[in-house]
Design a protein around this ligand. Structure first.
Ligand SMILES: [Zn+2]
Length: 384
């Protein structure tokens, strides 16, 4: 069998990496960037820190800070208006997944005609995306989504009323500036939820169907980092080693999941819009149930998960695979993740709609054990 895989983003990593932004703008030929961020990032002072870095280097820039959680197409278009009004020639995304995704949307529309709906990945919209997009610097302020190394963004469009994925290799940020210091102020609850998202990316990628040995190696490393650092980062936000470890785990997770994801993400992609559950929290609650479901099909990969998370190696593969489930359960409990969907605000009456939406999501196609609609419904019921 012939397989094809690749491995690309340029990453600037380390405490203080934020200071490198002006030199990368110069290298990319950007004279006037648009800073795309949200009110939360402004309130924490992180946007101010980037502004100070740009001011010190005499880089003129404009700001669009009105990105909402799970951004809409309308927001992307307003960002584009700001981009054009200020005569910008590049984009800086600063924040969690939502500002980084919105920044990618502005970047696309800067050189491609609207409406955004025509670029819907479900309709092979990537064919319409050329390489002619302005440069982008992605600066994450959480360690979870890994959008800084991703080639896609997600927007909710009025035309479709659903979360729409736009995917194209040209959308990968020109450079990701990963400065762990930007996550020191992230509260424990968000550290736990976003960290479990990173863990789920690594875990689902390692177990996913398909052949991608580079992704597998990254995913193993990411799991090892999550096992060692997630609880520490939740306990002490200023633990430098733990914050750095989780920031790497977010990068490995999102790089590895080009191999594929699984049923956990299909369920999470339904839980956020239908029941308002945070994406990382949704993954954290359903993941142990999905792992149990996958035991008959992914024993070898789950045994590797256990070892990566710190379980001593053994010849008893089935026992190791079961230990992986227990390890994830114990870690989630330790960092304060509620055990049941009902504890995260999900109503029993929402379960049928959740199962339907999860079935529509493409993520479960990567799951190592094929999922039928009834399986997804049973997983939801068990997690509820
Ligand atoms: Zn995720």
């Amino acid at each position: 069998m012939i397989n094809e895989f690749s491995f690309p983003t340029r990453i600037v990593f380390g405490v203080g990496a934020l200071k490198e932004v002006p030199s990368h703008l110069a290298r990319l030929g950007v004279k006037r960037p648009l800073l795309v961020t949200d009110a939360g990032v402004v309130a924490t002072g992180l946007a101010g820190r980037l502004r100070a870095v740009l001011d010190a280097a005499h880089v003129p820039f404009a700001t669009f800070d009105a990105v909402e959680p799970n951004p809409t197409g309308d927001t992307v278009e307003r960002g584009l208006v700001a981009y054009r009004a200020a005569g910008c020639d590049g984009v800086i995304g600063l924040g969690g997944g939502s500002p980084l995704d919105a920044a990618k949307g502005v970047r696309l529309l800067a050189t491609h005609p609207g409406p955004l709906a025509q670029y819907d990945d479900a309709k092979d919209g990537w064919r319409l995306v050329t390489n002619a997009v302005p440069p982008m610097i992605a600066i994450p302020t959480t360690a979870g989504t890994g959008s800084e190394v991703g080639r896609s963004f997600v927007v909710t469009l009025a035309e479709t009323g659903r979360k729409t994925v736009v995917f194209a290799p040209a959308l990968m940020p020109s450079v990701a500036v990963c400065d762990p210091e930007l996550t020191y102020g992230l509260p424990p609850k968000l550290t736990a939820a976003t960290g479990m998202d990173a863990l789920t990316h690594n875990l689902e990628a390692l177990c996913a169907k398909g052949f991608h040995p580079l992704a597998d190696a990254m995913a193993r490393k990411g799991l090892e980092l999550c096992g060692r650092h997630l609880a520490r980062a939740v306990k002490d936000g200023h633990d430098e080693e733990a914050r750095a470890g989780m920031m790497i785990a977010a990068v490995t997770g999102a790089t590895a999941f080009q191999k594929g994801l699984g049923a956990s993400h299909a369920l999470a992609h339904a839980l956020t819009p239908v029941a308002g559950v945070h994406h990382g929290l949704a993954n954290a609650i359903v993941l142990p149930h999905v792992m149990e479901f996958n035991l008959p099909a992914a024993g070898a990969a789950l045994a590797e998960v256990a070892v990566a998370l710190g379980e001593p190696g053994s010849d008893d593969r089935d026992r190791l695979a079961r230990r992986a489930v227990e390890r994830v359960r114990t870690l989630a409990r330790e960092i304060g993740i509620p055990e049941r969907l009902r504890d995260a605000g999900v109503k029993e009456s929402q379960l049928p709609l959740l199962a339907e939406k999860a079935w529509e999501d493409a993520s479960h196609q990567g799951n190592p054990r094929p999922c039928q609609p009834a399986d997804l419904a049973a997983l939801l019921r068990a997690a509820f």
